[in-house]
Design a protein around this ligand. Structure first.
Ligand code: FMN
Length: 199
């Protein structure tokens, strides 16, 4: 059976428009990344759950597996100063790895109830303790019971389409470059050739 990959990737793209900043703390070390995999995982309003899927290549993946706690932040789309701070968070956490330095050092934080850093420049957040996880070969899907939450802003939440329009070209270039080894790693974990299909 041949899959129409263009149709498949079109159907699956953009299903989760809100980028989230995921932070955790493990053994006293704090770190975080950006993710487009955030979801709500319960229909029970008095017992909310959150999911996030992290690729095994990322440092935050291993930290979250070990710590079992995370904070998941939405970013603000307005006003302008808040949007600037949202982009600063996105660029700080999503553009490089905590393996190469402390990415949280330049961001305003406070410790949450799980110890995970709470980003004070975010729009809102939930903090969660992991109750289930699913090994998906290239990544892990984490499901967490929400143990704390706070809303800092009444503005709209930032959508990734809006963010891409405003992120500096040099940052996008660096992000694309960082994505190459991440994709190769995911293919390896899936048992696929790491430079992609033969043309
Ligand atoms: C918009 C955006 C969405 C991303 N989505 C995910 C995701 O869903 N899962 C993931 O593991 N990494 C995702 N990433 C990549 C990580 O944020 C990035 O690789 C980060 O540098 C990892 O840092 P770490 O090694 O400190 O964990 C995304 C990055 C961006 C900018």
């Amino acid at each position: 059976m041949t899959v129409d990959l263009d149709a498949a990737n079109f159907a699956l793209s953009g299903l989760r428009p809100f980028p989230v900043a995921v932070t955790t703390v493990d053994g006293g070390v704090a770190n975080g990344l950006m993710s487009l995999s955030a979801g709500a995982a319960s229909i029970v309003p008095e017992a909310p759950r959150a999911t996030v899927s992290l690729t095994k290549y990322n440092k935050t993946h291993d930290m979250l597996l070990s710590s079992g706690v995370f904070a998941m932040h939405l970013l603000a789309a307005a006003p302008d100063e808040a949007l600037e701070e949202s982009l600063a968070i996105l660029m700080a956490l999503g553009g490089s790895s905590g393996r190469d330095g402390d990415k949280l050092a330049g961001l305003r934080t406070k410790p949450g109830v799980t110890g995970s850093p709470i980003l004070l420049g975010a729009h809102s957040y939930v903090e969660a303790r992991v109750v289930k996880s699913l090994d998906m070969d290239e990544s892990t899907l984490f499901v967490g019971d929400v143990v704390a939450a706070e809303r800092f802003s009444d503005a709209e939440r930032l959508r990734i389409g809006e963010a891409w329009k405003r992120l500096p070209a040099e940052w996008i270039e660096q992000y694309d470059a960082n994505h190459v080894p991440q994709l190769a790693s995911a293919r390896r974990y899936r048992g696929l050739p790491e430079d992609g299909p033969a043309h």
